[in-house]
Design a protein around this ligand. Sequence first.
Ligand code: SF4
Length: 213
Amino acid sequence: MLTINEIFYSIQGESTRAGQPCVFVRLTACDLRCTWCDTPYAFDEGHKQSVDEVLEAVERHNCPLVEITGGEPLLQEDVYDLMNRLLARGRTVMLETGGHRPIDRVPVDVVKIVDIKCPGSGEADSNHWANLDRLSPHDEVKFVVADRADYEFAREVIERRDLASRCAAVLVSPVHGVIDARVLSEWLLADRMPVRLQLQLHKYIWPPSMRGV
Ligand code: SF4
């Protein structure tokens, strides 16, 4: 069984697949409390569904791209069965993880979007650094940046771990409503960072606090 917060069909707002139609499966629960978390409703709101029921709900949207997100999806054991069965049905499967849980057991064909928490999140001590040694070439790494200190932290990690050459994309995202995307862009350009600026597209299409998009 899984505890599911919501399953919905929308435009992918993040990652290198931003702009593509996608089915989102949001799992309930997270063991972090990032200061800027935009899905606190996923901490404890949810209902039990079997993996079969989740697959059926995903199938109804008839979409080749599926993202499993949360909350922190790797907290639930049956998420591995869900990922394997989605892959077996020919879906492109993305997994958004907070980066504090080991990604060792995630099927290799799943596109992992792995957060590295910056100091402004309040959760930088939770990063599971060994995950960076387990990235596949199709995976992506994401930094959410709230201020200059976060940017400098991200820059140091990206350079020291040579992240740009070890995964498909390094995503750097401003905390919506906290730091101006233009300011962050100018820092990235000044340092010639080999990254991709990421805006959360769905927050520009729909009201930023709207659920299910
Ligand atoms: S890891 Fe994700 S879901 Fe958990 S608190 Fe941080 S932003 Fe929110």
